[in-house]
Design a protein around this ligand. Structure first.
Ligand code: UD1
Ligand code: CA
Length: 461
């Protein structure tokens, strides 16, 4: 059996946060989620997550997940350290299992690397295998000390290292593979006689070495994958690296990102070929974008589905569906639960909420469309307001195909405007309009000749 133990009990004090470190997000998902996804995609049968600081929040977020949580006691003076953390999960580790240890704060690890690590560990007949990386700047990491033979001897923490050891550029990633039995045996022997008074998991390596077990080191191909988050600066650096991964994948799939450094696209977003994303666009959640779209300006799209050949500029779209060839914006706002057909135009300063719009319908300027079911080929003039709320309840408006709503009209719901119904500009419509009827609901214009003169309002020179 292949087991993963993910360490996530640390306080993350350097984050200076009320949120547990592993719940901080990059590109829309928490650090811990990325590690769990990598385990799930890799050949791991069981995930054990060690929680301590902020455990309620973590366990609540993942309560529907198939992970097994183990709680590390956290109180003043309680034992601490990565070794102590692993001890909390050891009861669930059979002797003949392979245990991969990962940290909840290293989100860039991939399923590929986990699989390669397990293969390297098994093929080499090792009892323990450390994932190492060679870094230009090794500050903060435990250093890998090798024997003359080249085999690994031990890991020395930065705070316990002497000057010579501090020069070593090969570091401990904090990820390992162990044979269950060997891990259990060595954990019983570690102590906290070190500068931090912690139970170091790293001591397992020297203990196994001393007792003649075979210990290996797997030098990772892409050292970015070991990158851990201890501070908010590292959080932003991990975000940049994750964003680069997401963007590179999209570009290789045929999406143009005019400036990838200013495209903010989350991990679960999918985008079709030949779509062009201009700078300043943010795509979040489960958003899908079709082919041949252009998305420009400060547009943000959240959990929405966009069809093919859609043009969107400087717009906020939330939880909505947009059909092919629509033209949205600039400065439009589609609030949750809008369903737009094909070839629809939603122009400047138009807000749409909880409404369906049929093909070829247009609301080009300055309108509020709320709680409406609108057919095809409907023209919504400039400044039209769907009056959907009486202060207590919301009501729907039904507008059938080919209707025309003149500019600056109020459509007071509940209301039904039938096919080819025609609303004169400036009307406040409170009664249903029949098929093909013209409805005018405003005071008739009166022109009074000479009125200004009579009132003495006109000043003659
Ligand atoms: C650890 C390694 C170091 C390695 C580095 C890589 C040890 C002693 N040191 O150091 O060699 O280079 O990772 O990033 O292992 N945690 C618990 N319970 C605890 C303490 C920590 O669950 O009591 C968890 C933390 O939440 C974190 C992980 O273990 O996810 C690593 O802990 P951290 O304190 O960040 O270890 P480092 O000092 O970075
Ligand atoms: Ca760390």
């Amino acid at each position: 059996m292949n087991i993963a133990i993910i360490l996530a009990a640390g306080e993350g004090s350097r984050m200076k946060s009320n949120t547990p470190k592993v719940l901080h997000k990059i590109c829309g998902k928490s650090l811990l989620t990325y590690v769990m996804i990598a385990c799930r995609k890799a050949k791991i049968n069981k995930n054990i997550v060690i929680v301590g600081h902020g455990k309620e929040k973590i366990m609540d977020i993942y309560k529907d997940d198939t992970v097994s949580f183990k709680e590390q006691p956290i109180y003043d003076g309680a034992p601490y350290g990565t070794g102590f953390a692993v001890m909390q999960g050891i009861d669930e580790v059979p002797d003949d299992s392979i245990v991969t240890i990962l940290c909840g704060d290293t989100p860039l690890i991939t399923d590929n690397t986990i699989n390669e690590l397990m293969t390297y560990h098994k093929d080499g007949n090792f009892s323990a295998t450390v994932v190492t990386a060679t870094l230009e700047d090794a500050t903060g990491y435990g250093r890998i000390v090798r024997k003359e033979s080249g085999n690994i001897l031990k890991i020395v923490e930065q705070k316990d290292a002497d000057d010579e050891e501090l020069q070593i550029k090969e570091v401990n990633s904090g990820m390992y593979c162990y044979n269950g039995g060997a891990l259990k045996y060595a954990l019983r022997k570690i102590d906290n006689n070190n500068s931090q008074k912690e139970y170091y998991l790293t001591d397992v390596i020297s203990i196994l070495n001393d007792e003649g077990y075979k210990v290996g080191a797997y030098n990772i191909k892409d050292s970015n994958e070991i990158y851990g988050v201890n501070t908010r600066i590292q959080l932003s650096e991990c975000e940049a690296e994750m964003r680069k991964r997401i963007n590179n994948k999209l570009m290789l799939e045929g999406v143009t990102l005019v400036d990838p450094n200013s495209s903010y696209i989350e991990d679960d977003v999918s985008i079709g070929r030949d779509t062009i994303i201009y700078p300043g666009v943010t795509l979040e959640g489960t958003t899908t974008i079709g082919e041949n779209c252009s998305i420009k300006g400060t547009t943000r799209i959240v959990n929405s589905n966009i069809g093919n050949s859609v043009y969107i500029e400087s717009t906020l779209i939330e939880e909505s569906t947009i059909g092919d060839k629509c033209h949205i914006g600039p400065f439009a706002h589609l609030r949750p639960n809008c369903k737009l057909g094909k070839n629809i135009k939603i122009g400047n300063f138009v807000e749409v909420k909880n409404s369906t719009l049929g093909d070829n319908t247009k609301a080009s300027h300055l309108s509020y469309v709320g709680d409406a079911d609108i057919g095809s080929n409907v023209n919504i003039g400039c400044g039209v307001v769907f009056v959907n709320y009486n202060g207590r309840e919301k009501f729907r408006s039904i507008i059938d195909d080919n209707a025309f709503i003149g500019s600056n009209s109020n459509v007071v719901a509940p209301i039904h405007i039938s096919e080819w119904g025609y609303i004169a500009a400036g009307s406040t419509i409170t009664d249903d309009v029949g098929e093909g009827e013209l409805s005018i609901a405003r005071a008739r214009q009166v022109n009074k000749t000479g009125w200004v003169e009579e009132k003495g309002l006109k000043k003659h020179k």
